[in-house]
Design a protein around this ligand. Sequence first.
Ligand code: C2E
Ligand code: MG
Ligand code: MG
Ligand code: MG
Length: 291
Amino acid sequence: EARSRGGDSICVADPHLRDRAAQRHQIESALLRGIRENEFRVVFQPQFHISDGRLVRFEALCRWNSGELGMVPPDRFIPIAEQTGLIAEIGRRVLISALQEAKSWLQNGRRIGLAVNISPMQFMRPDFPQSVAEALAEAGFAPELLELEITEGIFIRDLNLAIARIRELQRLGLSIALDDFGTGYSSLSYLQRMPIDAVKLDRSFVSDLSIDSATVSMVQSVLAMARALKLRVVTEGVETTEQLSILRELGCDEAQGYLLGRPESAEMALQRVLNSPSETTKPEAQLQRTF
Ligand code: C2E
Ligand code: MG
Ligand code: MG
Ligand code: MG
């Protein structure tokens, strides 16, 4: 093929990059159609208290069955949606429909929380707090049961603005968790400045976790750091009973992972909520078998 000498034609000449650019373009136009045709769904993955096995909340995870591309995993389309700004609309719908489901848990007398992932672009939009307040009011959901999962990406551009934004949202009554914790550049002094409520230890730590691995002491120091800052610690990606018992030993607060429950449909999540003990059930009857 012709190799032109012009500016960005360098990319075009590289077959790998060219494929990637084409793929991005393909996903971008499929996303536009996805928004138009309402192709996005939400699934729910449970999170549990490690000490007593109690169901604490569900994390809402976006699923996209594209009419053009079939099922596309979030790791493929979320970054593109973020860069093109389409994430604002997709994220808005995820929040609204997840809150709609969570409302039914509350209506059944269960105080089960909801965690929703918010991308940096969505989080920093001027109208974001207002849209969260409206979505909460519309659904009639308890703000203190909502947790927004953010990533370090929001701190890169303007740290002070991000901090102000977090505080503004917390005033609505909800909590903020820092997702994928440990994968980025957060140092102790940096973390100290973020007025967050919880950290979600990235699953790369948990997957390396076994009794004799060096990861144990790494997780230990992360937990010590979190404790010093009075942050709740959620661990994601718990797949084995060994990992769960190490995390319990280390004093981690909450856990999420395939061992405990995969992402599931709204119907299955509601069923799980209904099977979970209500406030009046005796504590000893709440212990689940896995724990
Ligand atoms: P995340 O927020 O860190 O979500 C956890 C991911 O780990 C989910 O992948 C979940 O299915 C997966 N996971 C949970 N337990 C296990 C386990 O035991 N083992 C393994 N191997 N994986 C486990 P998923 O659903 O593919 O989502 C990937 C990422 O896409 C999420 O990572 C999040 O960053 C992003 N994402 C998903 N939905 C949304 C959304 O609505 N908005 C935004 N902004 N991002 C989203
Ligand atoms: Mg998350
Ligand atoms: Mg995570
Ligand atoms: Mg992650």
